[in-house]
Ligand binder design. Structure first.
Ligand code: FE2
Ligand code: FE2
Length: 147
């Protein structure tokens, strides 16, 4: 599987997680419950962002920089971490709910940007063989799978 396809599948998992969280948010009774969701999302998003940076962006660093994408990608990743962290610092239930909602909107927007603009560029520049090889590296590094 190509690295760009693997990362897109991960986005789909996040979208499902966010859909469920959005559905649950109005019914949650304490800020602590929302903070738990944010902490979980933060850990998973951070790991996903690291995979992207190590296995996809690093390979095309120069080209992405030239096209003006690189700084947005890295700053988006920092902002996604920071927004989930802000949820964990919220003072009350209403604030936690609002911050969680906007953190998920921002993450969804970032996924769209990657899928519509950045991943097609990566697919275009790298050979299929290299994309699959990076997919294999992802499996070894993050899932402990081979073959
Ligand atoms: Fe990303
Ligand atoms: Fe991503």
């Amino acid at each position: 599987m190509k690295i760009t396809d693997i990362l897109t599948v991960e986005h789909t998992v996040f979208r499902t997680f966010f859909d469920q969280a959005e559905r649950a948010l109005p019914g949650l009774k304490t800020a602590a419950e929302i903070k738990l969701l944010a902490r979980l999302a933060e850990k998973l998003l951070h790991s996903h962002g690291e995979s992207e940076q190590d296995l996809a962006y690093a390979v095309l660093d120069h080209m992405l920089k030239e096209k003006g994408h690189l700084s947005r990608l890295y700053s988006d990743h920092r902002e996604m971490d920071a927004r989930m962290e802000q949820v964990c610092m919220a003072n009350d239930l209403a604030e936690a709910r609002q911050l969680m909602q906007s953190a998920m909107i921002m993450s969804r927007e970032h996924f769209r940007y990657e899928e519509q603009t950045v991943f097609p560029l990566i697919d275009q520049v790298l050979q299929n063989k290299s994309l699959v090889k990076l997919g294999e590296a992802w499996k070894q590094k993050y899932a402990g799978l081979t073959g």
